[in-house]
Write a protein that binds this ligand. Structure first.
Ligand SMILES: *Cc1c(COP(=O)(O)O)cnc(C)c1O
Length: 372
């Protein structure tokens, strides 16, 4: 039996050819040839005016918040259930993260908790669309508008998730994406900032390039203290080849989720487990098919991961509350964040996995539901 990994990119000859081409010829006058095209093609796909390719989503978020002027004394509201990458830039800019609880069904920001957390110091809300699930953007937009806050979308896990034809990452003032090797499409490491705001784009581009103003006649002249968060042309060539296959990559992700949903229909119907929701009128990219065990089952995350390990399956832990990590203060009021993390896992979902692989994974979940 082969080990079942939880994630692995889908790389074909098209990607290999694109990288070979870029590494062979993408120098000198062509050193940004794939990069500028990748940014334009990605922004067009998303329905945003500008794309700025970066070395990671973490970098893109750091740039976005810096370009918005977030800094010391500011508070930024974010869900407690998240990966550390979504909050580290807030702290590095000297701002204070305010962790609020998640909704039990989407595992994303609870808008009522967001509203209650707003203070005179709040500057921004970071809406992270977790595992492909969409935040309640209608409510968040309303809250942001009434309180004069920036609404930033971390869509690193939601490339391909949409409300109708509107993409996750294209609704806030700025959105960020990741092309890490575990994401729907990859550039090895990499990210993208997207925005339709020309001023924000100009400021983020300048900051991403060590504070150099595009078109400045002076060489090696920094107009501001910036960062180095650029993507390489070689990575962009890989990104373009992946973007061309994105519909196929997304189709497969959805197929994998649907297969799991079918295999797990009985315990879902019985209310023993819940999985990623897809409200009417929306599309879920299903980046990470996720299973949350009902409290009555008594099944814990540790128990599931232990069973997976014994079956040679790479289990993936649902995110632990951030407030309990690093030197943050545990958010004891965030009951859903703390409770769900203890009884949830992400299921393996790489493109090349077989129905038999999914059967093996589902078998472990079914056994646990049956109390075996
Ligand atoms: C993967 C991820 C990131 C970080 O992406 P990098 O490209 O590794 O910096 C940020 N936010 C979310 C929600 C992610 O899933």
């Amino acid at each position: 039996m082969q080990r079942i990994l939880y994630a692995k990119p889908s790389i074909t000859d098209a990607e290999v050819r694109a990288v070979h081409q870029a590494v062979s010829t993408g120098w000198g006058p062509d050193c940004y040839a794939d990069l500028v095209r990748f940014e334009a093609e990605f922004a067009a796909y998303l329905g945003a005016r500008h794309g700025l390719a970066t070395s990671s989503a973490t970098g893109a978020l750091h740039l976005a918040l810096a370009a918005l002027g977030v800094g010391p004394g500011d508070e930024v509201i974010i869900a407690d259930t998240n990966w550390i990458a979504s909050v580290a830039p807030v702290c590095h800019l000297g701002a204070t993260p305010v962790f609020v609880d998640i909704l039990p069904d989407t595992w994303c920001l609870d808008p009522d908790r967001v509203e209650a957390a707003v203070t005179p110091r709040t500057r921004a809300i970071i809406a992270v669309h977790l595992y492909g699930n969409l935040c309640d953007m209608d409510r968040l937009e309303d809250i942001a508008r009434r309180h004069g806050l920036w609404l930033v979308e971390d869509a690193a896990e939601a490339l391909g998730s949409c409300w109708g034809t509107v993409h996750a990452g294209a609704r806030g003032i700025v959105g960020v994406f990741s092309f890490h090797g575990t994401k729907v499409m990859t550039t090895g490491e990499g990210g993208m900032l997207v925005t339709s705001d020309a001023d924000l784009y100009a400021r983020a581009s300048m900051l991403a390039n060590h504070g150099r103003q595009p078109g400045d006649a002076r060489q090696f002249w920094a107009s501001a203290l910036g960062f180095k968060y650029k993507m390489s042309n070689i990575q962009a060539a890989l990104g373009r080849a992946q973007l061309a296959r994105l519909p196929e990559l997304l189709r497969r992700k959805r197929e994998i989720f649907k297969t799991y949903a079918r295999l797990l229909a009985a315990p879902r119907g019985a209310g023993l487990i819940t999985m990623n929701p897809e409200p009417a009128g929306t599309t879920n990219s299903y980046w990470m098919p996720t299973v949350v065990f009902a409290p009555e089952t008594g099944v814990t995350q540790a128990a599931v991961l232990e069973r997976f390990a014994r079956a040679d399956i790479d289990g993936r832990s649902f995110f632990h509350p951030l407030s309990g990590q690093a030197d943050f203060t545990p958010g004891h009021g965030n009951a859903n964040s703390y409770s769900i993390a203890g009884r949830a896992v992400n299921l393996p979902s790489y493109h090349d996995m077989t129905d038999a692989d999914m059967g093996r994974v589902a078998g472990v979940i079914l056994d646990l539901c049956a109390g075996d």
